[in-house]
Design a protein around this ligand. Structure first.
Ligand code: GLU
Length: 402
């Protein structure tokens, strides 16, 4: 037993480890020990990184491209990112308005540290991705959940947002398509948020990591399309992780006002120095195109989504909004809370998720991790066979509750 003479800071004591990552680790360990686990927990494409990207990574090693790079990332990569934004969305950014980070998550961490002070309040549409509130707390600021209603397809109601604004509100974190709901904010909602942000001078963080995984045609509404003036107070976050099945490479990118990117670079220079030189070369190959892999991957997710939704709809006790993007379904299981298995009650999403793991060998993420206890998240970035077997097991497990 170790003597705990030194203890972790109060800052870190307020937060918990990432639930998505810890459940994934638990599912993988159980699988490694021989259990027939179906893993619908962590959000990660079940595809391999495309070959031309792997080759670019190998070429970087062969060329001994292994030294420190510029703090915000290599210029060619920032230029390629700027080109992507310009060609796809018509947003003009100079390379010094772009930072490459060690994954989208780290870009988010950098920007939250760069933007918020202790005491600031940051609005977070809820259900939210698990890491937003802890990152805001680590900056000493206060996360303020803005409830999104399932009956409203998890779109944001500006009237509710209005009620939560105080004189300490300094920013908002948008995520559309959303993890965990797969919902997309409507143009009208973004317009209302944009107007408030302009009036109040908020920082707007827009986490767009699922922007290529969309199940409908045409570009989805974006806060930057509301008013060009918003570009001065918006930071766009993205990553190659989801679009190119590159989760382990850890490359994310952010674009925003020059002075904010400069502040984020200061943090990066004092923490990670730069993202991996090799992974940056691979990301350069990814972002420079072709993007057909990304399109084909999204097309392959669609029948999986449809299957899982159809299966869930056969159960009158479950409601589920059809995701329009990302690769998660977020069904409402609350009708089962209060039931029990072999005398053991299930009263919340954590107990339901534990039950599904123990009795059906299904790894899922409880809605509580996303600030929404009525729900359970299933990633459908899994094979169709796994999804079919998973839905069968789910049905049996739910039928066993009384
Ligand atoms: N964003 C993914 C998820 O929600 C990856 C894991 C994580 O970083 O939370 O499952």
């Amino acid at each position: 037993m170790s003597l705990e003479i030194i203890i972790p800071s109060q800052r870190v004591q307020q937060i918990k480890p990432s639930p998505t990552l810890s459940i994934n680790a638990k599912a993988k360990a159980l699988k490694a020990s021989g259990a027939d686990i179906l893993n619908f927990s962590v959000g990660e494409p079940d595809f391999d990184t495309p070959k031309h990207i792997l080759e670019a990574g190998k070429a970087a090693i062969d060329a001994v491209f292994t030294r420190y790079t510029a703090v915000p990332g290599i210029l060619e990569l920032r230029e390629a990112i700027a080109k992507r934004f310009s060609q796809e969305r018509g947003w003009q950014y100079d390379p010094d308005q772009i930072q490459v980070s060690c994954g989208g998550k780290h870009g988010l961490y950098n920007m939250i540290q760069a933007l918020f002070n202790p005491g600031d309040e940051v609005l977070i549409p809820t259900p939210y991705w698990v890491s937003y509130p802890p990152m805001v707390q680590l900056a000493g600021a206060t996360p303020v959940p803005v409830p999104l209603a399932e009956k409203n397809d998890f779109d944001l109601d500006p009237a509710i947002l209005d009620q939560l604004i105080t004189d300490k509100t300094r920013g908002i974190i948008l995520n559309s398509p959303s993890n965990p709901t797969g919902s997309i904010f409507s143009a009208g909602t973004l317009e209302a948020i944009g107007e408030m942000a302009l009036k109040k001078g908020w920082a707007v963080i827009t986490d767009d990591v699922y922007d290529t995984i969309v199940y409908e045609k045409g570009p989805i509404p974006h806060i930057l399309d509301v008013d060009p003036k918003l570009k001065e107070q918006t930071i766009v976050l993205n990553a190659v992780s989801k679009s190119f099945a590159m989760t382990g490479w850890r490359i994310g990118y952010s674009a925003g006002p020059k002075h904010i990117i400069k502040a984020m670079n200061k943090i990066q220079s004092q923490s990670t120095s730069n993202p991996s030189s090799i992974a940056q070369k691979a990301a350069l190959a990814a972002i420079s195109g072709p993007w057909d892999f990304s399109v084909a991957m999204t097309e392959s997710f669609l029948p999986r989504r449809d299957y899982i939704i159809e299966e869930l709809q056969t159960n009158p006790n479950i409601t589920c909004v059809t995701p329009r993007g990302a690769f998660y379904v977020f069904p409402n299981f609350s009708a089962y809370y209060g039931k029990s298995f072999n005398g053991k009650p299930i009263n919340n999403s954590v107990e339901m998720s534990d039950y599904l793991l123990d009795e059906a060998l299904l790894a899922t993420v409880p809605g509580a991790a996303f600030g929404a206890d009525e729900f359970i998240r299933f990633s459908f970035a899994a094979s169709m066979d796994a999804i079919k077997e998973g839905m069968k097991r789910l049905k049996e497990a739910l039928n066993s509750l009384s």
